[in-house]
Design a protein around this ligand. Structure first.
Ligand code: NAP
Ligand code: MG
Length: 400
């Protein structure tokens, strides 16, 4: 069989630990035999990040701006323990944070739905994608403990030195305060990424906040979304028969549980943090969650939602057998290859991505799975495979 040709390289960001092991298995078994793979390779493994003072991460993000599509392996975000383990020169920032800062994107996370792994919410039939705004609010807040009675105010001093003050509270005893912010620029690019992604996926977009209580802060989010929708997206949405829907966050939570899924749910930073964990768990497993960073300019970076699965890696290093789920990483590859195919007009590549995903899901639906899924499946007597044999079982289906 002739291999599928590519015209533009994918930006390939290799990573760490168990997912780095899976990365190679996936390429060797599921990609290279079928695709004449073109990538520009960046090694984001912690050793090489340390060697290059993290320049490689910056370079990989800039390459994504050049080529438009990247596929990323999970990477270690260093902490104190990693400083000693890898003898690091510096406690480098999270690669995802660095890449996100350069591409200025929004992260979209969606569960992979497969027979045998049933959502806890019984009426959920289609995936629900969370779009999380990844800047500001409580994650960049300033806080203060108030020790005793006194007056707390918000003070804004403009460039010309004019002051505006608002009373927060007249404390009669001890308490706490918090000041947080966001910017029009960041909210605008969040909104744009969400509208573009909804068009790309041909799915409804929901957005929710608490504008009835937060009449200036949350209301600004609501207004920016509404204004952009009216001016730039309404006609395109109507053409595709999809809708943009705004509601209060508490109403949205109630509706999500009663829905059958199949839409994108845009969330402010904190709501997205909390709700994506709720969704991943309710749909079954973090190892069955795709994640893509979409920039407002239309650059795409595909990855798995989980980390480097450190505990399994240490077993692997000791020569023990592991049963690590590679589905989310496989779907990062299929997502990136499909997007490359769409951008370059290569139908064979799009079809291959579809087939790779179908073969992966069929493997599970036939009862062959990794240990994490065997623990939660509704199938009786599933066959538990090790990390490599699971990928080989997918290859068999792909060839068939
Ligand atoms: P993790 O790698 O997601 O793993 C946490 C636990 O979840 C594992 O120990 C395993 O449970 C289970 N798990 C996760 N993915 C799995 C898979 N594919 N197959 C089977 N089980 C899976 O999170 P972590 O251990 O907290 O973090 C490890 C490293 O990953 C850290 O250095 C962190 O910085 C990094 N990280 C990177 C990213 C990213 O690059 N996007 C995201 C999060 C964390 P059992 O051990 O019970 O089997
Ligand atoms: Mg969280």
């Amino acid at each position: 069989m002739e291999k599928i040709k590519m015209t533009t390289p994918l930006v390939e960001m290799d990573g760490d630990e168990m997912t780095r092991v899976l990365w190679k298995y996936i390429k060797d078994e599921l990609i290279l035999p079928f695709v004449d793979l073109k990538t520009e390779y960046y090694d984001l493994g912690l050793e090489y990040r340390n060697e290059t003072n993290d320049q490689v991460t910056v370079d990989s993000a800039n390459a994504t701006k050049k080529y438009g599509v990247a596929v990323k392996c999970a990477t270690i975000t260093p902490n104190a323990a990693r400083m000693t383990e890898y003898n690091l020169k510096e406690m480098y920032k999270s690669p995802n944070g660095t890449i996100r800062a350069i591409l200025d994107g929004t992260v979209f996370r969606a569960p992979i739905i497969v027979k045998g792994i049933e959502p806890y919410v019984k009426n959920w039939k289609k995936p629900i994608t969370i779009a999380r705004h990844a800047y500001g609010d409580v994650y960049k807040a300033t806080e203060m403990k108030i020790p005793k009675a006194g007056k707390a105010e918000l003070v804004y001093t403009d460039e010309d030195g004019n002051e505006t003050r608002e009373l927060i509270h007249n404390f009669t005893g001890a308490g706490i305060i918090q000041g947080m912010h966001n910017t029009e620029k960041s909210i605008t690019s969040f909104a744009r990424s969400c509208f573009n992604f909804a068009l790309d996926q041909k799915q409804d977009l929901w957005f929710a906040s608490k504008d009835t209580i937060s009449k200036k802060y949350d209301h600004t989010f609501k207004d920016i979304f509404a204004d952009m929708y009216e001016k730039e997206y309404k006609a395109k949405f109507e053409e595709l028969g999809i809708e943009y829907f705004y509601t209060l966050i508490d109403d949205a939570v109630a509706r999500v549980i009663k829905s059958e899924g199949g839409y994108i749910w845009a969330c402010k930073n904190y709501d997205g943090d909390v709700m994506s964990d709720m969704l991943a768990t309710a749909f079954g497993s973090l190892a069955m969650m795709t994640s893509v960073l979409v920039s407002p300019e239309g650059y795409y970076e595909y990855e798995a939602a989980h980390g480097t699965v450190q505990r399994h890696y240490y077993k692997h290093l000791k020569g023990e057998e592991t049963s690590t789920n590679s589905i989310a990483t496989i779907f990062a590859w299929s997502g990136a290859l499909r997007k490359r195919g769409e951008l370059d007009g290569i139908k064979e590549l799009i079809d291959f991505a579809d087939r790779l995903e179908r073969a992966s899901l069929k493997t599970i639906e036939d009862g062959y799975m990794t240990k994490d899924l065997a623990l939660i499946t509704t199938f009786e007597n599933p066959t538990v495979l090790n990390s490599l044999d699971f990928i080989k079982a997918i290859r068999k289906n792909l060839e068939a």
